[in-house]
Ligand binder design. Sequence first.
Ligand SMILES: *[C@@H]1O[C@H](CO)[C@@H](O)[C@H](O)[C@H]1NC(C)=O
Ligand SMILES: *[C@@H]1O[C@H](CO)[C@@H](O)[C@H](O)[C@H]1NC(C)=O
Length: 170
Amino acid sequence: MSLLQRVLVSVSAAFILFVLYANADAEVDDKCLGCLCEAATQCNTTALCQKPTRNGYFCGPFQISWAYWVDAGKPVILHDRPEKKGAFENCANDKICAAKVVRQYMKNFAKEPEKGDCNGDGKVDCIDFAYMHRLGGYSCKDPSMINTTFYQRFHSCWQVVQAALPKNLS
Ligand SMILES: *[C@@H]1O[C@H](CO)[C@@H](O)[C@H](O)[C@H]1NC(C)=O
Ligand SMILES: *[C@@H]1O[C@H](CO)[C@@H](O)[C@H](O)[C@H]1NC(C)=O
């Protein structure tokens, strides 16, 4: 699948999500969500938990950490409970639940521009969400972010969807 096809597939999944959670704030829009999972795993929905370093543990298509899940308010899949063993993995490995985690995580930081404007361009947008996703909302103002593979994948995805989507979807 090409990058654009993958993003379109995840955008349509995100659109269903948007309908399901239409009353939730939608600061992280569907295009943004698509590029965040593209950056994390190239939107690999069968990507499971990985332990790349001794202290790191990341799960699912968005490669979410346990602390990130906690900060997002511990969303769970249907019939699961936040305190149950495996609730984090079950959610992070589920495309729909993981997308909810990302939206809720960003909501905490997007409200406060002084925290959320990670790249210092005066606004909080998807580029800042990419910083927060990778670096955490509390420590997102690190300029060396632009040299990470994550950011480079995000950046090319973001350019592709911004150029392509208005024509394709309208
Ligand atoms: C997705 O991730 C799984 C598990 O890490 C891996 O085996 C598979 O090759 C990946 N698929 C793609 C398309 O990268
Ligand atoms: C990114 O990497 C280049 C080449 O290694 C380096 O010159 C530059 O300072 C880096 N930028 C940041 C913001 O770290």
